[in-house]
Design a protein around this ligand. Structure first.
Ligand code: PAF
Length: 293
């Protein structure tokens, strides 16, 4: 696996892969998996998906300061570069782009991105400026790598919706893929931040997924959105360790909350519903979601 740290070198390296349009056979499709490192099986499943859909797979590792609204979260973000490299190599990644902050942001970034309705709910309201930072780094990485396909995890459902909107609005010629959440055996969604959970926190962390399952069951039983949501929140509130920020039942495409009195049987069958949760265990923020088709 080739490792590149500098932008010019990255462009020089990738250019010949795309430029051979005249000799059609040697043109390669590029699949891209942007990450912040501390890789786990969820990331590796994205690399494997990228390998299926493209000829050449690029992964980036960059802990993007612009998307952290909490300094502690940024400074404590787990890093395991040597292990990450081995995992990527084993998964068949072709190139790792590993820039540092000076390379990515030579000058202070003054551009901001706004995503309107998609940013006015859930993560957007609890993490001011987060999605602007995500949008800027992803747009920048897309400009540098110029992939044909890009792969993201469903765990960050709102992030995916926002990046899809940005790709459509700015006409990036990139096909996005939202890949299913990978879970531990007890249901906990895989996340780099899970490494920071202590033994006791790790034991109760799967309750987050259980709260989603309970909410889904209530909806399926015919309870209203409001009652089902309340049941999910109360389930987490039983554990004093959780500080729940939201548990929302939303339209999976628009991410707007469903009307509180609505019941499943009154919802158009074409609507995909997502139940999304964010809660804190100590200073570790966990998010998760499930989609009901
Ligand atoms: O999902 C992530 O790991 C990050 O938000 C991303 C997309 C790599 C941008 O920094």
């Amino acid at each position: 696996m080739k490792v590149i740290e500098k932008i010019d070198e990255l462009r020089l390296y990738l250019e010949p892969l795309r430029c051979k349009i005249s000799e059609k056979k040697s043109q390669k499709t590029i699949g891209f998996v942007p990450t912040m490192g501390a890789l786990h099986k969820g990331h590796i499943s994205l690399i494997k998906e990228a390998k299926k859909k493209s000829d050449f797979v690029v992964c980036s590792i960059f802990v993007n300061p612009l998307q952290f609204n909490n300094t502690g979260d940024f400074t404590n973000y787990p890093i395991s570069l040597e292990k990450d490299k081995k995992m990527l190599e084993k998964a068949g990644c072709d190139l790792l782009f590993l820039p540092n902050s000076d390379t990515m942001y030579q000058n202070p970034v003054r551009t901001k991105m706004a995503f309107e309705a998609l940013d006015n709910v859930m993560e957007g309201t609890h993490r001011q400026g987060h999605f602007s930072g995500v949008g800027i780094v992803v747009a920048k990485l897309f400009n540098l790598v110029e992939p044909d396909h890009a792969f993201f995890g469903q765990k960050d459902l709102q992030q995916f919706a926002i990046i899809q909107q940005m790709v459509n609005d700015l006409s990036f010629p990139i096909e996005l893929h939202c890949c299913t959440i990978k879970r531990e055996e007890d249901g906990l969604a895989m996340s780099s931040r899970n490494r920071r959970l202590d033994e006791d926190q790790r034991i109760i962390a799967p309750k987050v997924y259980e709260s989603l399952i309970l909410t889904k069951k209530m909806l399926k039983k015919g309870e209203s959105v409001e009652k089902s949501q309340q049941a999910g929140i109360s389930y987490l509130d039983k554990y004093k360790e959780f500080e729940t920020e939201y548990l929302e039942i939303v339209d999976a495409s628009t991410l707007q909350p469903l009307a509180p009195k609505k019941k499943l049987k009154k919802i158009d069958s074409a609507t995909r519903i997502a139940i999304c949760v964010a809660t804190k265990l100590g200073d570790i923020r966990l998010i998760d979601n499930i989609i009901i088709d």
